[in-house]
Design a binder for this molecule. Structure first.
Ligand code: SF4
Length: 480
């Protein structure tokens, strides 16, 4: 079994700082509110979501054919298309390309896929300097931290933290926290890196089968600099980034920026159709578990994700536990669906880091039923015997209790009596972490069954439904 750090344990350092936790919660809620205003400003919002969801479903149903069309059209435009079955193959392809071109420094922009494949350490181990150029990504790269959010990678940091980081690595004034000053310092530092890079690596937001073109969305223009200055551009994309036609793009561009940051459109939506004159464009298509996910009826729709981050901004658990508590490249609700698909044992606690409030499903621009999928994962994790022993025993005990009405009645009586008699100090002490923020309910005078018998109007006896009856009934329902 893979080693695992469960979500509550990984969240402890973040949760321990109450003030920072509240600030993080508020910062993300601010972004979520902006998203709500933008969504409400478009009367056709729900229609766009329907279209996007249907387009993605169509793409998945015809994925092999569309990928071949994309390869044909991209090649016709002058790009070179590579196929990678997994992260290892992806890293090997990128390294080979860079070595063939004698690259010593590469500038990189907007790619969660390269994070997923751990490309940076692989290239650095072979003597190639990799500079992340998105401001947030550069900040966390200097701090040697993973991103905590897919759109706002440094959202867990305050401007004072950024000031300290820049003071240490870029020589800015100590304790500087003025965003303008810090941004100017980062700009000067990155400009130098751009000018001296021999290759640019980018992610891909959308790849269009019909044209063979790719689209990259940024707010800082860093992808544009990274691809226009050096002669070699390597674009790395998961195969799920495909859309069928150019005409579909508008739907996704309208949804993406509004859902991500509450902007009507990202500042730059750059289209690449073939290499620039005198340059080379290589596109690496990566599977890395995606076709396996596509074959799963329960979790297929998770591949529709356009990585807007809206589900994170709205999630009450993510906002209060921080992205690093998910111990995965993609955190939050969608990460809790995707991570167990790649390694169920390692990420078995993530589907439980969820209140099942359904807010993620409500905001998802491509209508992924996220909270239903998280519930499905819980069932699957139990089926695979990966629940912690305490939960397994509790479930077994509950099954026995619910299957024996007399035992259930006796347990109810014991619970009600205990609630009345136990001293508060016994139930609320340091050993019972559950009670830190909670009070127990007042014990009712009698059981619900007794209350029902006394108050029901009809004289028919109370039906007793056993677990096996309920099971038979539900199977009958399934058959029907
Ligand atoms: S699951 Fe939906 S809301 Fe979450 S990042 Fe993906 S597209 Fe956005």
């Amino acid at each position: 079994m893979s080693s695992t750090t469960d979500h509550p344990t990984a969240a402890k350092p973040f949760v321990a700082n109450l003030q920072r936790m509240q600030w993080h919660d508020g910062a993300l809620w601010f972004v979520r509110s902006k998203r709500d205003r933008q969504a409400a400003s478009l009367p056709e919002w729900e229609y766009l979501r329907e279209l996007a969801s249907a387009t993605k479903a169509h793409t998945q149903a015809n994925l092999a054919e569309l990928l071949e069309t994309f390869e044909r059209n991209a090649t016709a435009q002058g790009a070179v298309v590579h196929w990678a079955a997994d992260a290892e193959e992806h890293n090997a392809i990128v390294l080979r390309l860079l070595q063939e071109h004698g690259v010593e420094r590469v500038v990189k922009s907007k790619s969660m896929l390269t994070e997923e494949c751990h490309l940076n350490p692989h290239l650095e181990a072979h003597g190639i300097e990799v500079v992340d150029t998105d401001l947030g990504e550069r900040i966390i790269q200097l701090r040697d931290e993973p991103p905590s959010h897919i759109v706002l990678p440094a959202i867990h940091l305050k401007k004072e933290d950024v000031g300290d980081t820049f003071h240490k690595h870029l020589g800015t004034e100590a304790s500087a926290a003025d965003p303008q000053y810090l941004t100017e310092a980062a700009r000067g530092h990155l400009r130098n890196k751009f000018l001296n890079a021999q290759a640019g690596i980018t992610g891909v937001n959308f790849a269009i089968a019909e044209t063979g073109g790719i689209v990259i969305c940024t707010n800082e223009g860093n992808a544009d600099l990274g691809t226009s200055l050096p002669p070699l551009h390597i674009a790395c994309m998961g195969i799920e980034k495909l859309i069928p036609r150019q005409a579909d793009l508008g739907i996704f561009l309208r949804l993406l920026a509004r859902s991500a940051t509450g902007q009507p459109i990202t500042t730059y939506s750059s289209h690449y159709q073939g290499p620039k004159p005198g340059g080379q464009l290589h596109i690496v298509l990566v599977d890395n578990g995606r076709t396996k996910l596509r074959d799963s009826d329960a979790f297929r729709e998770a591949l529709n994700c356009i990585r807007c981050g809206a589900c994170m901004n709205t999630c009450p658990v993510y906002r209060r536990s921080g992205g690093h508590s998910y111990s995965a490249v993609v955190p939050g609700p969608i990460g809790s669906v995707l991570s167990p698909a790649s390694d169920t044992a390692r990420h078995r606690s993530l589907p439980f880091a969820c209140s099942l409030c359904g807010s993620c499903t409500d905001v998802c621009p491509v209508k992924i039923p996220l909270h239903h999928q998280l519930l499905a994962w819980r069932k699957e994790i139990a089926r695979q015997g990966l629940l912690p022993a305490s939960k397994q025993w509790a479930m077994k005990a509950a099954a026995v209790l619910f299957a024996h009405p007399k035992l259930f009645g006796a347990a109810g009586w014991m619970g009600r009596t205990a609630l009345r008699l136990l001293p508060h100090g016994l139930t609320h002490n340091r050993l019972n972490t559950w009670s830190v923020e909670r009070e127990l309910p007042q014990a009712p005078k009698s059981s619900f069954r007794k209350w029902y018998r006394q108050h029901r109007r009809a004289s028919a006896p109370l039906p007793v439904v056993t677990v096996s009856d309920a099971e038979k009934q539900s199977r009958k329902g399934d058959d029907e």
